[in-house]
Structure formats: structure tokens, C-alpha cells
Design a protein around this ligand. Structure first.
Ligand code: 9YW
Length: 414
């Protein structure tokens, strides 16, 4: 019997708030979008009913235009900033006004394969399709195939060095008092800086002033990145959505999704940079590549069947970054300016990022590298517990503890 699996299940019970799971107590007291998708995949392994509930509760937050917000504030809590009064959105259940990577349908397909409950899958499929269309209309209005983020929080990698250049252009002025709560729960040295938060809130104020209308936001956005990690996840979501569409005999949907998938596949390939051995995002305001060395450049492994030459170059580069680390895979290349092994998305290893990379490595035939990364993730968790993330040098578990998606990742990777 694996006691860690029992512990992982206990964490999901502790973090249950009535059919949805908070990422961790106090630090994140609401339902987060991609966290719930990972958690649903964990539940799908042993309790498909609860997995469906997780996704169904997330969809309660879906907007009329199709967006599924990054946070659904089902119940009030004063342990998190920014709460509903800062977001000022109009949805009946309060939500944030931005989104997060679309892992949702990836989870739904796995859940459907485990449970085969068409009655429950179908409404969630419809919700996923609406959200998929929203991504392409709201975040790729010019039809390039790459989707853009208007806020670093949408990437799920809040303070990644990938945003440094673009975020420096965003003013630090805000109409909203920035009253951080996170640093009351977790060591400030592990968290984004105050200046980052002022810019994050400046963006929230800007979009709230647009009435959260996608076209007005697109026009006014001072931060607009056609982002490679999110786009690669969207393509995997598109593949899984197309699979479900065919399964349910939705041939028109399937054809529409297949066209979007192909456009995105080609657009991602254009972002390959052989000199860097990575894919890159594009800053749509400056028109320049985002060259910062972060994990995002490897995520296309997840959704493309890459030429051997490209896949091998990615894997060699990943090995070079991981050389001598206690825990792989670092979210920023070790040693470069901006690398901070304990500070959130500026270096640490995250179990869910590893999960995506492991799936991508397997897809591209690099089973040994996948197995090495799997072992690294599992042993980090077994040594330190279900921490939010891990210092890749020391292996120390950092950030919030008893973390839901780390628990789900552990079960999935065992
Ligand atoms: C925030 C909950 C979320 C994750 C994000 C991560 C962090 C902080 O925590 O966001 O205030 O939204 O960056 O990916 O979904 O675990």
C-alpha cells in the first residue's frame, strides 16, 4: 500500500469546499480554473463522480461569451487579494475577469474515457467548445493561430521572467489599493514582488474600465503576448475536443475544430528557434520574440508530433538545464539573469508542468527522458510532501503546502 497516495487523497478531501477543490487552504481559498482541471484528472483515477463535480462547478463560472474565468469565487473569503470587489465583473457567481490555460477539456476526455458517462460529459463538452471558440475570437481576432494573453496571471506562470520586458511597460499606478494577503501566508521571498502586484492590478483596473468587453480590452491592452505555452495547451485541448466531437457524432463541430487545430499547429512551428533550441512567444506590442529562457518553450512537445531533429534538440536542451539539479524541471534556465530557485515561477520545479512535459516527451518518443522526469517529480514529493513547488537545487518544498494539484499529479504519475 502506498501511504503517499492515501495522503494525496486526504489532501483533496481537506481542500474540498463542496464539489470543488481549493488549491490550498487560506492562500488560495476559491476555485481556480486549471487547478481544477488537474484535480479532476486525479479524481478520475478513483472517483469519477467527484471528478465530474469538479468540472461542473467550474462551469458555473462560465461567462455568456464562453470564457471560463481563472477564479470562481463561490464563497466569500478575506484571505486572498484581489477579491471580487477588485475584479468588478458582472457574472452572477462572482468571478475574476481573465482566464487560464485550457486544461479543462484534456481532463474531460480522460474522465470520459474512465467513466463513459455521455449524459454528464456532453454538457461539459458544450461548455468546452464555447470556451474554445472564445479563445480564437477574443484572443486571436486576426486569425494567426496563436492566442494572446492580456495578463500574466492568464498564463498560470504569474511572475515568469518571460513577462519582464512586456510588464516593465505597464505602469505601477493603480486606482485600487494593493493590499496583499499572500505574503501573510508564505515567505515574501518566494512570492512575486510588490511592484509586480501593482502592475498586475493596473491591468485589472484597465480591463474593468473596458467593462470586460473582449474587443475593447484587445484594443486597450498594455500587455499582449501571443503565448507559446497556452497556445500549445490549447492545441492539445483542440485535439481532445475534436476527439469528443467525433465520438458524439458532432461532425460539423469536429471539422471546425480540426481547421483551428491545423492553423495553430502551423503557427506554433513558426515559433521554433533552432538557435535557442526552444519555441518562443511573441510580444504583440513590440512585435518581438520573447526570448527569456523559461519552461514555456518546451510545452509544444505536448501537442505536436515534432520532427525528430526538433524533438531531439528540445530534449538535449532540457537535459542541459537539468544538469546537476536535485529536482527537474526548472521553470527558468538555471544561472541566467532573472533565475531565482525559490521565487515562484522564476526557477522552481512544478509537478503540473512536469506532468505536461512528461506527456509531451512520451508523445514524441522520448520515453527515457519522460521516465527520468517522472521519477524526479515523484521523489521530490515523497521527500518533501505535497508542496506547491520545489526548489530545484535543494529539493525543498516551497510555497503553499497540502497543495491539491501536486496531490493529483502524484496520483497520476504513480
Ligand atoms: C494567483 C492556484 C494558482 C495557480 C497559478 C499560480 C498561482 C496565484 O496559484 O496564482 O494569485 O492567482 O501561478 O498557476 O493556478 O494554484
Amino acid at each position: 500500500m502506498n501511504t503517499h497516495i492515501d495522503e494525496a487523497k486526504r489532501i483533496l478531501v481537506t481542500n474540498d469546499r463542496g464539489g470543488y477543490t481549493v488549491p490550498t487552504d487560506r492562500l488560495y481559498p476559491f476555485q481556480w480554473n486549471w487547478d481544477s482541471a488537474f484535480v479532476a484528472m486525479g479524481f478520475a483515477l478513483y472517483d469519477t463522480d467527484r471528478a465530474y463535480r469538479e468540472l461542473e462547478r467550474l462551469v458555473e463560472g462560465q461567462w455568456a461569451d464562453g470564457m471560463i474565468p481563472h477564479i470562481v469565487f463561490h464563497q466569500p473569503s478575506d484571505t486572498y487579494f484581489p477579491g471580487p470587489s477588485v475584479w468588478r465583473t458582472k457574472h452572477t457567481i462572482p468571478t475574476s475577469g481573465i482566464t487560464q490555460p485550457p486544461v479543462f477539456v484534456i481532463a474531460l476526455r480522460k474522465l470520459h474515457e474512465a467513466a463513459g458517462n455521455k449524459d454528464r460529459t456532453l454538457p461539459l463538452y458544450e461548455a468546452a467548445l464555447k470556451w474554445h471558440r472564445w479563445w480564437y475570437s477574443a484572443r486571436d481576432p486576426e486569425g494567426t493561430g496563436l492566442v494572446a494573453l492580456l495578463h500574466p496571471w492568464e498564463s498560470g506562470s504569474d511572475n515568469s521572467p518571460a513577462w519582464d520586458v512586456a510588464l516593465a511597460r505597464v505602469p505601477t499606478t493603480t486606482d485600487t489599493p494593493v493590499v496583499r494577503k499572500d505574503t501573510g501566508h508564505v515567505n515574501a521571498e518566494m512570492r512575486p514582488r510588490d511592484e509586480d502586484y501593482r502592475r498586475f492590478i493596473h491591468l485589472v483596473d484597465t480591463y474593468a474600465a473596458c467593462g470586460w468587453d473582449p474587443a475593447r480590452q484587445w484594443e486597450k491592452a498594455p500587455f499582449k503576448i501571443a503565448e507559446i505555452q497556452t497556445t500549445a495547451i490549447l492545441l492539445k485541448a483542440g485535439e481532445d475536443l475534436e476527439y469528443l466531437a467525433r465520438l458524439f457524432g458532432r461532425t460539423e463541430d469536429a471539422a471546425e475544430i480540426a481547421t483551428l487545430n491545423e492553423r495553430t499547429r502551423q503557427a506554433i512551428l513558426v515559433q521554433w528557434r533552432p538557435a535557442l533550441s526552444r519555441f518562443v512567444s511573441r510580444d504583440l506590442i513590440s512585435g518581438e520574440d520573447v526570448e527569456a529562457a523559461t519552461q514555456a518553450g518546451f510545452i509544444p512537445l505536448l501537442s505536436l508530433d515534432l520532427d525528430r531533429q526538433i524533438a531531439d534538440a528540445l530534449v538535449d536542451e532540457m537535459k542541459a538545464w537539468s544538469e546537476g539539479l536535485k529536482v527537474a524541471f526548472p521553470t527558468t534556465k538555471p544561472g541566467i539573469a532573472g533565475w531565482e530557485p525559490k521565487r515562484y515561477w522564476r526557477g522552481p520545479a512544478w509537478a503540473i508542468i512536469n506532468w505536461l512535459l512528461i506527456d509531451g516527451l512520451k508523445r514524441n518518443g522520448h520515453t527515457e527522458a519522460a521516465e527520468e522526469l517522472r521519477r524526479s517529480t515523484v521523489s521530490a514529493i515523497e521527500a518533501e510532501g505535497f508542496a506547491e513547488y520545489f526548489d530545484p537545487i535543494t529539493g525543498e518544498g516551497c510555497g503553499g503546502l497540502g497543495f491539491s494539484w501536486t496531490a493529483a499529479a502524484y496520483m497520476w504519475l504513480m
